[in-house]
Design a binder for this molecule. Structure first.
Ligand code: SF4
Length: 414
């Protein structure tokens, strides 16, 4: 076999192993799947996902949170999540146009006792108190519940503009009315600034932010996490897989030698790269939970297995992640829009368009990419093609070819 054939064969093996989730972590799930009672109808779960305290709320939540969009036909996923101890459920009024909240409502109608065990989170993308009330009432109705445990404002970009004193009053009233227990927001861009600002506000209970092996090593993110922890804000990590935004960069990607070495090293220890990406986040005790889209039982089981696994990542594992993050930085937008967006002459929401690219190029989810793209202001979309990004590219800490990515996604989605 030639060197090239050997390399190709190694790539093929690693890809297949990663895809099926090979390794002993997966094997630890065998008792979950096989241990049934004599009637064969009841599955016995020897161990459930651990919990951690959610900031200063006094509530312990599962370290794995069921996210993403599930529908009416996915009740089995909800049921198995419950049995495995994945009792922190995350949704938003917009997910699937309400489909996800309705599915949760259907589940609670069928299993009303489970509502008491679930820490239920939903979100609404508005800071208008009147609209918040309407959206909260809709979510309560859809999910067949009297209260939401944690209510988030979705996709906060600027704490000063969006978490106003009117919003604070609204949150306090909703708590007093028993409709929500806790209040916070999610942050996909300028996360660190929003977290630092929230820590100063004094009335934010929880934040869900993009956080992964690429972002967690940055000093500004470390400072932001510390500030939140100090004032008792509970933190949930999302986007922990740190997906590439653009596969059309030919020189970087999943198949570099670094990526192969990293995957091979993890597989030898019994976990896939995807599981290792969860484990490295959980190893920070300041992160309460990881919200993960788990659209089927296979992914649910693989993530639960990672949560139950007690082996620590080695310092070499972490070095592999760091090296890989550095070498592939140009394929990952860190959401630091404050750096690049002021550097262009025409207004372009660069990091929002990057997010569209991530859904389109990395997840292959054209519908989601298109719905996010269509929601952007028309004039700002028009600006994408006529803007010169050279100054922004020079400032970008990830060294992303911003113009190339943005113009490609514009062409793909229009
Ligand atoms: S394009 Fe670069 S500077 Fe702009 S948000 Fe992404 S990583 Fe930050």
């Amino acid at each position: 076999m030639s060197e090239k054939e050997k390399k190709d064969s190694r790539r093929t093996f690693l890809k297949a192993a990663g895809a099926i989730g090979a390794g002993s972590i997966i094997a630890t799930l065998a008792p979950f799947v096989n241990a049934s009672d004599k009637s064969g109808s009841k599955i016995i779960f020897p161990e459930t996902v651990p919990t951690r305290p959610f900031g200063k709320t006094g509530v312990n939540v599962s370290i794995l949170s069921l996210g993403g969009v599930l529908g009416m036909s996915d009740l089995l996923v909800f049921r198995q999540a419950m049995k495995m101890g994945v009792t922190y459920w995350d949704t938003a009024d917009s997910y699937g146009g309400g489909k996800n909240e309705k599915a949760i409502g259907k589940y609670f109608a069928k299993f009303p006792n489970d509502r008491k065990q679930v820490f239920l989170v939903t979100k609404a993308a508005t800071s208008d108190p009147k609209k918040l009330t309407e959206k909260l009432n809709t979510s309560l109705h859809r999910m067949n519940t009297s209260h939401i445990d944690m209510y988030f404002i979705h996709y906060v970009k600027d704490v000063k503009d969006e978490l106003t004193s009117e919003v604070k009053d609204w949150a306090e009233k909703a708590k007093a009315d028993g409709k929500i227990r806790f209040f916070g927001f999610s942050a996909h861009k300028n996360m660190e600034n929003s977290m630092l600002a929230a820590a100063k506000l004094g009335w934010i209970d929880g934040i869900m932010m993009s956080y992964n092996y690429r972002l967690m090593i940055k000093d500004e993110m470390k400072r932001a996490v510390d500030a939140c922890v100090k004032v008792g804000i509970g933190l949930t990590a999302m986007k922990t897989q740190a997906a590439f935004l653009a596969h059309f960069y030919s020189s970087i990607g999943f198949e570099t030698d670094d990526a192969l070495n990293m995957t091979e090293s993890f597989l030898k220890k019994g976990y896939t790269e995807e599981q290792a990406k969860l484990k490295v986040v959980w190893e920070n005790p300041n992160i309460t939970s990881i919200c993960s889209a788990m659209p089927n039982l296979t992914i649910l089981q693989a993530n639960v297995a990672a949560a139950l696994n007690k082996n620590k990542l080695s310092s070499r594992d972490k070095e592999l992640f760091e090296r890989y993050a550095q070498k592939t930085a140009g394929g990952y937008c860190a959401g630091c829009a404050d750096i690049c967006e002021p550097e262009v002459d025409f207004k372009v929401p660069i990091s929002d368009v990057m997010r569209c690219s991530m859904y389109y190029d990395s997840y292959g989810d054209r519908d989601k990419a298109l719905s996010l793209f269509n929601a952007l202001p028309t004039d700002q979309k028009r600006n994408i093609r006529k803007t010169d990004y050279s100054k922004a590219e020079k400032k970008c800490p990830q060294k992303i070819q911003i113009g190339k990515v943005l113009k490609k996604i514009y062409a793909d989605l229009t």
